[in-house]
Design a protein around this ligand. Structure first.
Ligand SMILES: [Zn+2]
Length: 219
């Protein structure tokens, strides 16, 4: 890259790399699976395909426009770019995190909606749905994901993983961590033979959503 990048782009790329490394360090992804992106105006910075996150430096920024055309960097963007672009196209998201987190992916093979075992589902906008299976990188998967995301800030992808978005990378990441935790909780509670976990009602969850509006920082 010969051109000087704006400070906002430099900072966003640093945050993309830091978030990708965190997802690996926290065990939400293995190797180079999963990917992270952030939007700066009409530019989407995204982790490249197949490069270990600890090898990514400040000079490796990969950027595409909102149609997916390469506009920055030499490396090839992640093959799951259509997922990221679909989220930016349909929501006001500034960041997207996609992982193959093990508990969430396990749950994606079992249910079409994560059972309401905990009010943490309110952090994702309500009961988390599972998008129908389609091959990675396809428009079909992006469409299935958008349907599952309606009114939510995260979903599962059947037999594949998770997608969450947010106003910041930290928020998108936090939602992924909460979703993985929620799925782990349900699997744990479901593991006792002959016992079925009790669930919250939609009304109880709505009550939490209302209460959360006055809690912590907005967004
Ligand atoms: Zn994936």
């Amino acid at each position: 890259m010969s051109e000087q990048q704006p400070e906002s782009v430099v900072r966003a790329w640093r945050d993309v790399v830091a978030t990708a490394r965190r997802s690996a360090a926290d065990g939400l992804v293995v190797g180079t699976s999963g990917n992270v992106s952030a939007r700066v105006g009409d530019l989407v910075l995204v982790t490249p395909s197949g490069v270990p996150y600890d090898r990514l430096g400040p000079g490796d920024a990969v950027g595409v426009d909102l149609a997916g055309r390469p506009v920055l960097g030499e490396l090839k963007p992640t093959s799951e770019l259509p997922l990221h672009l679909a989220v930016y196209g349909e929501t006001g998201a500034a960041a997207v995190v996609h992982t193959h987190a093990v508990h969430a992916t396990a749950v994606s093979t079992l249910v079409t909606e994560v059972p309401l075992v905990h009010y943490a589902a309110a952090l994702l906008g309500g009961p988390v749905r599972t998008a129908a299976y389609a091959r990675y990188g396809t428009p079909e998967l992006a469409d299935a994901m958008l349907a599952a995301l309606r009114g939510r800030t995260g979903c599962l992808l059947a037999n594949h993983g998770t997608v969450t978005y947010g106003a910041t990378l930290d928020q998108a990441y936090e939602r992924t961590a909460q979703l993985e935790w929620l799925c782990r909780l349900w699997l744990t509670a479901s593991a006792l033979p002959g016992r079925t976990p009790s669930l919250l009602s939609e009304a109880q969850l709505a009550e939490v959503t209302e209460a959360l509006k006055g809690y912590g920082q907005p967004g």
